[in-house]
Design a protein around this ligand. Structure first.
Ligand SMILES: NC(=O)c1ccc[n+]([C@@H]2O[C@H](COP(=O)([O-])OP(=O)(O)OC[C@H]3O[C@@H](n4cnc5c(N)ncnc54)[C@H](O)[C@@H]3O)[C@@H](O)[C@H]2O)c1
Length: 253
């Protein structure tokens, strides 16, 4: 019970890494707010958690909208009495639309930034006052190797949004350390989730992506969730401002 009595918000908790994190957190004793733009997915995660005796509520939220994010934080505070952990996980990758810089439509840049980077900032903006009121908290940003290297050619908006997560992690870690709020980033490698399902349907792409990971396989959401749990829990009490890889060696190569 590594998150016993903690209240955790997981954005994008309806699928992939967010769902695995929400379910693991609930198994470890957290009361989980599943914040998700897709109601069917969000409700499915919540039902799965409750089915095995965990505690969770679903809040419909588009993380790019301040009013939705405020409502998400209010739901945690009103329903569970506080907020200890924020996992900023929700993101989009606009396959077939994201492109090289000179070919990238403005609206693809703007939507990608609005969800992936502005969304993460907005979640912190509204979560931090609740964390300060109760004496601290832990924020985990789900970043990506694409924010560190050019490993996803043509994905200009997505890569840039993910690069911003690293800067956001470090400035916030410094700014809120004395408020006892820790801020860290998790860096998953190529992970088999709905986000990239359409890419992986192409066998040549799948083979290429597997070959890029020194450990010789794609990651799973369940590979990533335990690292998020560690950073959310008090076991990581001396960790802040760090970037933690769970990428099968992708960024080491
Ligand atoms: N899958 C990978 O290979 C991979 C690699 C590196 C980093 N990541 C990162 O991991 C995180 C999770 O990715 P995933 O692969 O599990 O994605 P996913 O698409 O499988 O799940 C993301 C969830 O977020 C939700 N969502 C999308 N837009 C939203 C919004 N505006 N507001 C609220 N919810 C929204 C989706 O409905 C979905 O349920 C993302 O930040 C992604 O960038 C993924």
């Amino acid at each position: 019970m590594r998150l016993k009595d903690k209240v955790a918000v997981v954005t994008g908790g309806g699928a992939g890494i967010g769902r695995a994190v929400a379910e693991l957190f609930a198994r470890e004793g957290a009361r989980v707010v599943v914040a998700e733009i897709d109601a069917g997915r969000g409700e499915a995660t919540t039902a799965a958690i409750r089915h095995v005796g965990g505690e969770a509520i679903f809040v419909g939220s588009d993380v790019s909208k301040p009013e939705d994010v405020q409502a998400m934080v209010n739901a945690a505070v009103d329903h569970y009495g506080g907020l200890d952990v924020l996992v900023s996980n929700a993101a989009i990758q606009m396959h077939g639309k994201d492109a090289r810089a000179h070919e990238l439509p403005d609206e693809v840049w703007e939507r990608t930034m609005a969800v992936n980077l502005k969304g993460a900032w907005l979640c912190s903006k509204y979560a931090i006052p609740a964390m300060i009121r109760q004496g601290g908290g832990s924020i985990v940003h789900i970043a990506s190797p694409t924010g560190l290297t050019g490993c996803a050619p043509t994905y200009t908006a997505y890569s840039t949004s993910k690069g911003g997560m690293f800067a956001l992690t470090r400035i916030m870690a410094v700014d809120y350390a004395r408020d006892n709020i820790r801020v860290n980033a998790v860096v998953p490698g190529t992970t088999e989730t709905p986000l990239i399902a359409s890419l992986l349907e192409d066998q040549a792409t799948r083979t290429r992506l597997v070959a890029k990971a020194p450990l010789g396989r794609l990651g799973t959401a369940e590979d990533v969730a335990p690292l998020v749990l560690f950073l959310a829990s008090d076991e990581s009490r001396y960790c802040t401002g760090g970037f933690y890889m769970v990428d099968g060696g992708l960024t080491a190569d």
